[in-house]
Ligand binder design. Sequence first.
Ligand SMILES: *Cc1c(COP(=O)(O)O)cnc(C)c1O
Length: 380
Amino acid sequence: MKKKTLMVHGGITGDEKTGAVSVPIYQVSTYQQPKAGEHTGYEYSRTANPTRTALESLITELEGGAAGYAFGSGMAAITAVMMLFDSGDHVILTDDVYGGTYRVMTGVLNRFGIEADFVDTSSKEKVQKAIRPNTKAIYIETPTNPLLKVTDLKLMSDIAKEAGVLLIVDNTFYTPYFQQPLSFGADIVLHSATKYLGGHSDVVGGLVVTADKELGEKLHYVQNSTGGVLGPQDSWLLMRGIKTLGLRMDAINHSAGKIAELLEAHDAVQTLYYPGSAKHPGHELTKAQSSGFGGMISFDIGSSERVDAFLEKLNLFTIAESLGAVESLISVPSRMTHASIPRDRRLALGITDGLVRISVGIEDTEDLTADVKQALDSLL
Ligand SMILES: *Cc1c(COP(=O)(O)O)cnc(C)c1O
């Protein structure tokens, strides 16, 4: 089955008993046991819930893995994955990893003895140099936020295999529709499902898929023990979102390409960060390992004042954190998602005061490009 078909027919669909076409929301915590100690596969909803199971089976198929698990947020998913490691273990992460991931590694998990190093994973040498005897995993995002740096999935998988460590990929930005890290040899792929998978700015959730069953069982042990599960209502909303993921990603990818063309040619834009641009250093790599460039575009328009003037003129882009929704969103990393990073370190990472990041939605392409154009023209 091709991906768009799988999004509609994959996993567990409908309800055998009633013929309901949509999976019912099993709003239930416990299940009657025919005999004490015997159960139907469901005994308590922290351990398993039929609506959550349906979602978990769907994401497992979409990522081409062996087992999948749904959590109450992307951060709950990431934390559960890190709970696979022991005190004294070491993890190498992409240096411009999602801010919440940086925070949980350096503010919470460090207290339990899990060590983290943040390195530029677009450099093979830097990753190899960071590997220590106690290293247990390489954790990457590709492309990254907000500068859309691209990491070679196959190369990272080769390095991880050679060192005998796991490769973990946060696939939030491209989704399985555009990129399937397990097919390049990753061991674990995870998502903030709050973004494209949900897609409608109405649910917070996280998903994890493992390449093999045994690792999946270890993760289920952590999930059941620590309890950060996704509820049935939110599981249902995510399944509903995933049904249209392919359609949304095609529309978003198309509009993002048009907007990026406009940005690249416009005198008010100093630097463009978009993997679909032939000038982007990760362009060829993205074409090789992904089937789309996604809906995230960052660009520098020079200064904080110019950013404010630009935002003032835009009509269709909502100023908000988050991404991946049907509505187009815009954020200013230096003042929003990355505000807690000291200015010097921010500037060293390339996150200037004039940088804006857009998440393209599914509005009409012509309306979006016209809106961006009139707002940029006003800066000249
Ligand atoms: C949002 C996000 C997360 C965290 O997910 P939540 O659902 O907000 O907990 C992790 N990784 C990436 C790349 C994200 O964009």
